[in-house]
Design a protein around this ligand. Structure first.
Ligand SMILES: [Zn+2]
Length: 266
């Protein structure tokens, strides 16, 4: 029997890891572009103009959801709490009811803070965006379901919600304002992020997790071309395939990221 040798680059796993990271960053950029598209649609609509939304913080996610045809129903979801099920964790804060695609509903737990409600609505909008775009997308049984196929969709909806609630341009403008007002060094990062959370009306915790998604795409976009070959290849595949309508948004985000002062890049 001939011994089969693994190619050297896969034998230690590191190259694979970087390749997978770049590929997931390309998907994050697509989600970021999708979130940007929703905001732009609302901003350019008669409703958005009437409400004076110009793309800053906080992002009016409830109004965006309603503009997209969703109804938000606040109620006590604890009756649906599935924490005792073997495949679930945590509490149910929101649920997208896509049973009738003409009349999608976001069920929202009414006993949580307004900032947390914003996050939940943005997260459910992420599910909605994926369902609309790709009707065959796996249905999340429930956001607290622990099965891996469901966790993957939940992670994508979380990334989408971060990109929706924290537009990159508005975020870094806010940081610039904070730094101008607080010239002492080093910058008090905790205070700055708390400021962002307050202006975005999003829980502090979600600002922190959201930053990880945002940083991931910033790093890939700003990397030297030879260091982001997998990212570029995957992005090209997305933009010549299923997501070609997002090309303009992706280009706009890349330009915005390249304009950011590298002080924010650490
Ligand atoms: Zn979910």
């Amino acid at each position: 029997m001939i011994e089969q040798k693994l190619p050297e680059e896969t034998s230690h796993g590191f190259t694979d890891v970087f390749c997978a990271y770049e590929e997931v960053c390309a998907l994050y950029l697509i989600l970021c572009a999708g979130a940007q598209e929703l905001r732009s649609k609302y901003m350019e609509s008669p409703e958005g103009r009437e409400n004076g939304y110009e793309g800053g913080l906080p992002v009016p996610v409830w109004k965006i959801a309603e503009y997209m045809g969703l109804t938000i129903q606040e109620r006590n979801l604890s009756i649906l709490d599935v924490a005792t099920s073997p495949v679930s964790i945590g509490m149910l804060m929101g649920k997208l009811d896509y049973g009738d695609p003409q009349k999608p509903i976001i069920h929202l737990e009414n006993g949580i803070s307004s900032s947390r409600k914003n996050y939940v609505v943005a997260h459910e909008l992420g599910h909605f965006w994926m369902k609309e775009l790709y009707k065959g997308a796996p249905e999340p049984e429930c956001c607290s379901d622990t099965r891996l196929s469901v966790r993957y969709i939940e992670m994508l909806s979380d990334a989408f919600s971060a990109f929706l609630l924290l537009p990159i341009g508005a975020l870094f403008q806010k940081e610039q304002e904070f730094i101008d007002l607080h010239p002492q060094r080093p910058v008090n990062l905790e205070e700055m992020l708390a400021d962002v959370a307050r202006d975005a009306n999003v829980p502090y915790y979600y600002v922190l997790t959201g930053y990880e998604y945002i940083k991931a795409i910033i790093c890939c976009v700003r990397a030297e071309p030879e260091d982001r070959k997998h990212f570029d290849a995957k992005l090209k595949a997305y933009l010549t395939g299923y997501f070609q309508n997002l090309r303009k948004q992706v280009d706009g985000i890349r330009e915005e990221i390249n304009r950011i002062d590298s002080i924010f890049f650490a």
